[in-house]
Design a protein around this ligand. Structure first.
Ligand SMILES: [Zn+2]
Length: 275
């Protein structure tokens, strides 16, 4: 055999072992957790062989007291990035428009119809599943999105082998709000304002907070349209925004830890039950 042929044959024999010298190995981490920042070859190397979980943040554009209108986008999006490495997951681009109720008269606030969100979320979940993800963890930042997101999740779970978890981050952490602030929370109250403060302190304008007059408690049996304040308290007399940066950091760390705990627990149980 001529030397040149020999080298070609030798290379061919080696090919399976060296064909993907730059591919991500089982030990290495991806260069980024953003699905949008990976190219198709990198995604192909990672999913589904190495990674089967994707985080999908969902928010809306809505007035939030002295926190930004995009608070419900910022918080789950940042939360997803904080959770991704621990879950060995990628983060899908968020769905930034949601279903609003009662605050649409506030400047820069509007929602989309519930069935539009439901169908959009369903299409996105189907796309993520078709891309190889088995576990879809939806991090919801906004209450009225919950029902359409669950309807979408149910449709996807019934018609594919995807497993979908939908979590409202503030609904699963009221004890953390109590522990850190000593009170219940509120829409744009201590809990949400703290989450934004921990992430983007430059976007929380404490100097514009005028106190209790800027807040209204949610009261069973009473509903004003439009709701008169963009800060809604879960209980009268408590949940007012708190601007202490140390509490905010502590609060958000605990919230992320809780979200991780819930996600890990559900995935482990799905696996254990062979679902
Ligand atoms: Zn919010």
């Amino acid at each position: 055999m001529k030397l040149k042929t020999c080298i070609v044959v030798f290379s061919a024999l080696l090919a399976p072992a060296v064909a993907r010298p730059l591919a991500l190995t089982a030990q290495s981490s991806p260069s980024t957790r953003h699905l949008t920042d990976l190219n198709w070859m990198e995604v192909g190397e990672l999913v589904p062989e190495r990674m089967s979980t994707v985080l999908l943040p969902v928010g809306t554009l809505e007035a939030h007291g002295v926190a930004p209108n995009g608070s419900d986008i910022l918080v789950p999006d940042s939360m997803a990035l904080r959770m991704a490495a621990d879950l060995d997951a990628l983060v899908a681009p968020s769905i930034n428009y949601g279903v609003n109720t009662g605050l649409d008269e506030f400047p820069g606030t509007f929602g989309i119809p519930a069935d539009v969100l439901r169908r959009t979320a369903e299409a996105v979940m189907r796309g993520l599943h078709a891309s190889g993800f088995k576990n879809i963890i939806v991090l919801n930042g906004h209450g009225p999105n919950f029902e359409p997101l669950n309807q979408a999740a149910e449709d996807v779970f019934k018609t594919t082998d995807a497993r979908v978890l939908v979590i409202n981050w503030w609904s699963v952490t009221p004890d953390i709000t109590e522990d850190v602030f000593g009170t219940q929370g509120g829409h744009a109250g201590n809990n949400e304002t703290a989450a934004v403060l921990a992430l983007r302190p430059d976007l929380v304008h404490e100097e514009r907070y005028e106190g209790e007059e800027q807040t209204t408690p949610f009261t069973a049996g009473m509903q004003a349209w439009p709701f008169p304040s963009s800060i809604g308290l879960y209980a009268p007399g408590q949940g007012f925004p708190d601007f202490d940066p140390d509490k905010a950091e502590r609060y958000f760390d605990l919230v992320v830890a809780r979200m991780l705990e819930i996600s890990r627990d559900v995935i482990a149980k799905w696996n254990r039950a062979g679902l």
